[in-house]
Design a protein around this ligand. Sequence first.
Ligand code: 6DK
Ligand code: ZN
Length: 398
Amino acid sequence: SPQGSPQEQLNISKQGATTGLAYDNMMLKHQCVCGDNSHHPEHGGRLHSIMARLQETGLIHRCHYLRARKATLEEIQSCHSEAHTLLFGTNPLNRSRLDMSMFADLPIKSFVRLHCGGIGVDLDTTWNEMHTSSAARMAAGCVVDLAYKVATGELRNGFALVRPPGHHAEHQQAMGFCFFNSIAIAARQLHQKLNLKKILIVDWDVHHGNGTQSMFYDDRHVLYISMHRYDDGSFFPGTGAPTEVGECDGYGFNVNIAFSGGLKPPMGDAEYLAAFRSVVMPIAREFDPDVVLVSAGFDAADGHPSPLGGYKVSASCFAHMTKQLMTLARGKVVLALEGGYNLTSISDASEACVRALTGEDLPPISEHELARPPCQSALETLQNVIAVQSGPWPVVRR
Ligand code: 6DK
Ligand code: ZN
């Protein structure tokens, strides 16, 4: 608010030039009851490694540390059903006073017993009855708060270091390590509370964000652009075909850059930068967003063997993509962690992206990747995307 002491105003204007960092230890508590992380690639050590790197490099002191909070049940319900929100947003202690008939129409009435002995929503998605709700609500709250502060100009841009991830979570379905779709909730809040009319979500996690796509499929206020490994529907979660372009009001506001052709060769910087050059940036500039939210998974990075990746995007490439997005929306860019499981790779990539956000000079892309033409199957993907998107987005035709 414009009120407040001169000192407060000074802090606000200083913050306005600052990169926000949203994080809370509560997100470490989402842990399989089996107690053995080796069965669960999406574990708390991921956030710990990235935090350690931001500390070691001193980057943490260049960021404004956000006092995190859990998303309210009301915020979560802007994207998820009431039953889903209550089931995954409460623990037995605070749920006891609720009417359990609420859950009667949920598709998942039974949880599965995992091979490790734990309990899951499905075989991938471990669920801790006591702690998952707090962690997932904290993850969403971090992204909402950070997005809010960046959208209003209180912060320049930001990085939400969060887990569990969100982009697979649908209106009434937890899956693929995800419970609440934090990025989608943030986008909804910006639309509903700040009345933003043009929100861009870029998703560079190696997996397609089926949840995010489905939530905004008929919504022209939220443009969803995903780059992912697709392999003709055989790669998790199997959705994200280039032909999925949105429907009704949202026609043309869903863009899937779906790489196929397996790992021969694996996609790398050359393919990702070509996609940015020929599809992502032209459409994004034309859309001219008020704010850019990034589902910033780092599992397309080198160091992620199949099934959790297989590609070899460099840390520097993630930073360059960040920097390009910062030319949109007057620099209002919020990165939120999704996947990424190799602790060194995700720390390298996070460090590089935070350097980009704070305006530092970026490490160069390797000469070899810059000189290399995109592989044949990536060229076919891009041609295909351009063909299906040139109706709503003539700018891609060049
Ligand atoms: N399961 C995500 O990175 C989640 O997109 C990916 C979920 C993949 C589920 C299928 C799969 C494994 C593989 C190895 C070991 C255990 C489970 F949501 C994000 F986190 F961002 O590969
Ligand atoms: Zn992923």
